[in-house]
Ligand binder design. Structure first.
Ligand SMILES: Nc1ncnc2c1ncn2[C@@H]1O[C@H](COP(=O)(O)OP(=O)(O)OP(=O)(O)O)[C@@H](O)[C@H]1O
Length: 294
C-alpha cells in the first residue's frame, strides 16, 4: 500500500487518477469510430449519467457484443484513455483475458478466489477502478459468479464502497444475431442508423443465455439486471473499412493514398457469399494490411 491508496481508502472523495474527459471521448468516437451509431450513443449516454452522478447507486456495467474486429476493444481502450490519466497503463485499469489470466479450466476454484480478492483489493485501493473482461464467452464457466456481489446496488461489500467502479465485458456472443438483423435491414433498404437497440437487445440476451460457455449463463447477472447496457456492435461494410484505413494512414502521419485504400479494401473478404456486404474480420487486419501495401 502506498500513501495514495491508503489515503484513498479513508477518503470518499478520492478519485485516484480518474480524470474523465467526456467531450474528448465523444469527439474521438465521432471522428474515428466507424459504423457504430448504437455503441457511440449508448456508451456516451451511460458514461455521462454515471460520471455526473456524485453518488451512483451501483457500478456501471457494460456488456459489449459483436462480430470480430468491429471496435469493441477499440472503444474500451478509448474509454480507459479518456477516463484515467494513465489510460490503459493506469494502475486502476485492470484488463483480464481468458488465455492469459485463466488458461486452465481445472483451476477455476483457484481463479475464483484470486479474482475476488483482486477486485476487492483494488476497489479498496481505488473505488474508481475499471475492470475489463475480454472474451467473456471463453472464461471458465462459473468464474464470473464471484463478481456478482460487486455489480449490484448494495451499499457496501466486504467493507468496501464499490459503487463508483466500471465493469466492461466483451464477447462475440450475439454477433451472428446482430449481423442477421443488419443484413435484413440492408435487404429491406432500411437505413443502418434506423436499427434500434430494441431490435437487437432481445436477440443478444437470448444468445448470451443460450451459450453454455458464457460466464454470465451460470452467474445469473443477465437475469438480475446487473448489466446497465447491452452494447451491440454492427458488422462493418466496405465504406466503414475505408474509414478504418484512413484512420490508420492518419495515425502513421500519412495523407490518404487511394491506391493503398483500394488495395486494402480489395484484399479483404466479405460476407454473405451473395451480397459480399460485411467485412469478415471487420477492421481487425487493417493496420497490418496498410503496412503491407504502403
Ligand atoms: N468500428 C470501428 N471504427 C474504427 N476502427 C475500428 C472499428 N472496429 C475496429 N477498428 C480498428 O480495428 C482494430 C481491431 O478492432 P477491435 O480490437 O476493437 O475489434 P473487436 O471488436 O474487439 O474484435 P474481437 O471480437 O475479435 O476482439 C482496432 O484497434 C481499430 O483500429
Amino acid at each position: 500500500w502506498d500513501v495514495a491508496s491508503l489515503y484513498c481508502s479513508f477518503s470518499s472523495f478520492c478519485e485516484c487518477d480518474f480524470r474523465p474527459d467526456l467531450p474528448g471521448l465523444e469527439c474521438d468516437l465521432a471522428q474515428h469510430l466507424a459504423g457504430q451509431h448504437l455503441a457511440k450513443a449508448l456508451v456516451g449516454k451511460s458514461l455521462k449519467a454515471f460520471i455526473q452522478n456524485p453518488a451512483p447507486s451501483k457500478p456501471l456495467v457494460l456488456s459489449l457484443h459483436g462480430w470480430t474486429g468491429t471496435g469493441k476493444s477499440y472503444v474500451s481502450s478509448l474509454l480507459a484513455q479518456y477516463l484515467f490519466r494513465g489510460g490503459l497503463r493506469s494502475p486502476h485499469v485492470h484488463h483480464f483475458s481468458p488465455i492469459i489470466h485463466f488458461p486452465h479450466p481445472s483451476h477455476t476454484e483457484q481463479y475464483k478466489k484470486e479474482l475476488k480478492s483482486w477486485v476487492q483489493g483494488n476497489l479498496t485501493a481505488c473505488g474508481r477502478s475499471l475492470f475489463l473482461f475480454d472474451e467473456v464467452d471463453k472464461l471458465p464457466p462459473g468464474l464470473m459468479e464471484v463478481l456478482q456481489p460487486f455489480l449490484g446496488p448494495s451499499w457496501v461489500v466486504y467493507g468496501t464502497n464499490y459503487r463508483k467502479a466500471i465493469f466492461i465485458f466483451i464477447s462475440n456472443t450475439g454477433g451472428e444475431q446482430i449481423n442477421q438483423v443488419a443484413l435484413e435491414a440492408w435487404r429491406s433498404h432500411r437505413d443502418r442508423e434506423e436499427i434500434s437497440l430494441q431490435e437487437l437487445e432481445p436477440a443478444v440476451s437470448r444468445a448470451v443465455l443460450d451459450n453454455p460457455h458464457y460466464g454470465f449463463w451460470r452467474s445469473g447477472n443477465m437475469e438480475e439486471h446487473l448489466i446497465d447496457a447491452v452494447v451491440p456492435f454492427l458488422p462493418l461494410q466496405r465504406h466503414h473499412v475505408r474509414h478504418c484505413i484512413l484512420n490508420e494512414l492518419a495515425q502513421l502521419g500519412l495523407e490518404p493514398q487511394e491506391e493503398v485504400v483500394q488495395a486494402v479494401l480489395d484484399s479483404i473478404t466479405y460476407f454473405p457469399e451473395g451480397e459480399q456486404l460485411f467485412s469478415s474480420n471487420g477492421c481487425k487486419t487493417v493496420a497490418s494490411r496498410v503496412t503491407f501495401f504502403l
